[in-house]
Design a protein around this ligand. Structure first.
Ligand code: DAH
Length: 348
């Protein structure tokens, strides 16, 4: 048995000598040391030997096994070494060659506008909140002083979810961001300064309307807040977003959730507010931005606030429109914003 073990070792050493690649090396190892390998086979009858003899044979068997493993390890290193020198000869790197650059993407223009608008309002203490994008009828309409028969609550204007009504009415894909008003009043006591920017949905699609767009909503509530504050904040925004020479103008309008209500215009970039009608761009000095007003007493009440103590203003308008007004983008179809056409998106 001792001799057989010695022979096995020698046989392995001779064979491994000729091996030049990994596959053959692995096969050889399995052939000798594997579960059904030659060493196992030889030792099959060890158990039947007498105690003394078994110890001796066991010791030699271990030595043989170790010797085989060492030979295997050496060979393995030899192969790795020769492989890498072959690689080194075959492949070489020209370190003077210019590198490959991955093309870098950037934020979509709408996301850029959202970040900038949040930042501008953040600087004057308006904290960014996020009201739900799908909300209860109560927050979207009812609490905003909009009667049941208001046209916005019509199926043809607004997307309603097709699920049973709950305590706060139906679930609605928010058609405006004003749902944030009463929601925020329920959570935060005045002084309130918040800005909510979110996706909004309306049943409309043509070259100037898309069913999904973005709005931002501002709300400020405290004691003694007046239209003057609203005007100041709007002018601040106009200058920060559009440029230092721009100013805003309030025109009387009607919204259910504000009293008084206004439409907000911004002075034209070209003529600076010349209302003679001579400017060929704006034909009157002003371009329309969006809606605003003093929060209606019923809305304050819905938010748990006493209208005799608190007052506030709100404003809200479209992100896409505002952004396009600044960039002077005259696109003939608004839908291109969301078509993922890189030729368009890359321009911003
Ligand atoms: N929610 C209005 C809309 O989508 C815009 C609006 C008007 C928001 C007046 C306001 C506001 O906060 O005071 O048309």
């Amino acid at each position: 048995m001792k001799k057989d073990l010695e022979k096995l070792k020698q046989e392995f050493e001779e064979l491994i000598h000729k091996v030049t690649d990994r596959d053959n090396l692995e096969n050889l190892k399995t052939e000798f040391l594997g579960r059904k390998g030659k060493l196992k086979n030889l030792l099959q009858h060890v158990a039947t030997l007498a105690d003394e003899e078994r110890k001796v044979v066991g010791k030699i068997a271990n030595e043989v096994k170790e010797a085989i493993e060492v030979a295997y390890g050496n060979k393995e290193q030899e192969i790795v070494g020769s492989e890498s020198s072959v690689h080194a000869q075959r492949e070489w790197i020209d370190i003077t060659e210019p590198g490959h650059f991955n093309e870098e993407g950037h934020l979509h223009p709408t996301s850029q506008a959202i970040a900038e608008i949040s930042d501008i309002f953040g600087r004057i203490g308006f904290s960014a909140v996020r009201a739900p994008e799908i909300d209860w009828d109560y927050y979207v309409f009812e609490s905003l002083n909009m009667p049941k028969d208001h046209p916005a609550r019509d199926d043809w204007e607004t997307f309603f979810m097709d699920i049973p009504e709950a305590k706060k009415g139906k679930l609605v894909l928010t058609p405006h961001t004003s749902n944030s008003q009463v929601r925020h009043m329920e959570e935060v006591k005045p002084p309130i300064r918040m800005i909510n920017i979110n996706r909004t949905y309306r049943r409309q699609i043509d070259i100037t309307h898309i069913p999904m767009f973005h709005q931002f909503e501002g709300l400020m509530i405290d004691k003694d807040i007046s239209v003057t504050h609203l005007k100041g904040v709007l002018d601040y925004f106009a200058k920060a977003f559009f440029g230092p020479n721009r100013k805003t103008r309030l025109r009387p309008h009607h919204f259910r959730f504000t009293e008084p209500s206004f439409e907000v215009d911004i002075s034209c970039e070209v003529c600076g507010g010349d209302d003679s009608g001579a400017c060929r761009l704006c034909k009157g000095g002003w371009v329309e931005l969006g809606g605003a007003g003093m929060v209606h007493p019923n809305v304050l009440k819905a938010g748990g606030l006493d209208p005799n103590v608190y007052s506030g203003f709100a404003f809200g308008w479209g992100v896409e429109r505002t952004f396009m007004m600044r960039e002077g983008i005259k696109i003939d179809d608004l839908r291109i914003l969301y078509k993922n056409d890189l030729r368009f998106v890359k321009q911003f």
